[in-house]
Structures are given as C-alpha cells and as structure tokens.
Design a binder for this molecule. Structure first.
Ligand code: GSH
Length: 203
C-alpha cells in the first residue's frame, strides 16, 4: 500500500474507533486496530513469549473459551452491576457465578491458571473481570469471595499474585470511582451500559 494511503487508512480506523469512544485501541507504528481479543492475538503473534498454546487444538480450545468470556462473562458482569432491584441483582449474581464456573470447568483441573501453572491467553482475557469481583462487585453488590481452597478461590489468588497482573492493576479507589455510575445505572453513562439496558449485545 502507498504510504500516504496507509496513513489515511490508519487515521480513519482510529477516528472511527475514537468516534465510537471505546477502548482498547492500539496504534503500532503506522498501523492501528481495536477489539480486545483481536489485539490480544496480534500482541501474541509479535511476541517471543507466547500466551496462546502452540498446538492447534489447544489453541482452538483457548480461543473458544476467550469467546465465552466476551459472549457470557462480560455481559453478565454488567447486568449484575447495573441491576437496581434486589431480585434482579440476586438473579444476575448467580448467572455471573455460573458463567465463571463454566469457564473454570473447562480449565486445567489443577490450575491454578486456565492451562496449568503459567498465566495464559484466557487468564489475561478474564483477569480484568475477576479482579473487579472484590474491587467492584463486592462493595456495590455484596459479592462474596469463594472458599480459598476452591478452584475459583485458587484462581483468584493466582491472578492477584501474578507480577504482570499486579503491574497493570489500578488502585481500589479508581475502580470504585469508575464503576459507581454503572452501579447506580445512571443514564447516558456509556455505550456498554446503554446496550445492557436495551437488551442488546455489547458493542
Ligand atoms: N468489544 C470491545 C468492547 C470494548 C469496551 O466495552 N470497552 C469499554 C471499556 S472496558 C468502553 O470503552 N466503554 C466506554 C463506553 O461504554 O462508552 C472490545 O472487546 O474491545
């Protein structure tokens, strides 16, 4: 592609995404892209240390469960947090727990991570939502931590103790502040909140 054309394409891509107002988006040299799963795969492709398994079937297994996170865990997290009636909060709280357990049933039984002893692709995809359990769901929705020796309890401890996860985790105040508007289901809060309220798929 002619350099001027590639710059135009990049500009349009970033403009388009900035216009949509969603993160994450990535600019790498003269190229840019968005959508968290796509970006995760791109970063894995250009990294020496791989997070996705190299065996094609194991790789497909990880992709399948990364899809479960986007399709089920993330929307249920928001439904649980945005629900205002106690009955709905209880219903979505159970649904959220069910979706996390479904993921963990597909994981390596010993773990503590999804594919075994090392942090992998699926762990990185789900970590932000698991970290938000004690930081957001517990204060706003009374989420209860699982038993420490359960598969979920060991999974949380492993994620919380991982150096890469720690290096990319904000302080508790920022989580509380950022998610207050979702917990109160304030109107015109975000595109994600609007999609949940309208029963649509997430952007
Ligand atoms: N499908 C997109 C969704 C991105 C997304 O929902 N981003 C949220 C932050 S985690 C956002 O930008 N929210 C702003 C809004 O809802 O207006 C992805 O996976 O990258």
């Amino acid at each position: 592609m002619h350099p001027i054309n590639s710059k135009c394409v990049l500009f349009l891509l970033l403009r388009l995404y900035l216009f949509q107002g969603l993160v994450p988006a990535l600019k790498h040299g003269d190229w840019g892209c968005y959508e968290s799963t796509v970006l995760m795969e791109y970063v894995d492709d250009i990294s020496e240390k791989k997070l996705l398994p190299q065996d094609p079937k194991e790789k497909a297994h990880s992709r399948l469960w990364a899809d479960h996170i986007s399709r089920n865990i993330v929307p249920t997290f928001y439904r649980y947090l945005q629900a205002q009636e106690a009955e709905k909060q209880a219903e979505y709280g159970k649904e959220f727990e069910k979706q996390v357990n479904t993921l963990l049933e597909a994981a390596d039984p010993k773990g503590p991570f999804f594919t075994g002893t090392k942090l992998s692709f699926v762990d990185v995809m789900v970590a932000p939502w698991i970290l938000r359990c004690p930081r957001v769901l517990q204060p706003y929705r009374g989420w209860q931590p699982p038993a420490e020796d359960s598969r979920f309890g060991r999974f949380i401890a492993a994620l919380e103790g991982d150096d890469s996860v720690k290096a990319t985790t904000s302080d508790d105040e920022l989580y509380l502040d950022s998610y207050e508007r979702y917990a109160e289901n304030r109107p015109n809060t975000s595109q994600v909140a609007k999609a949940i309220n309208e029963g649509r798929g997430l952007p």
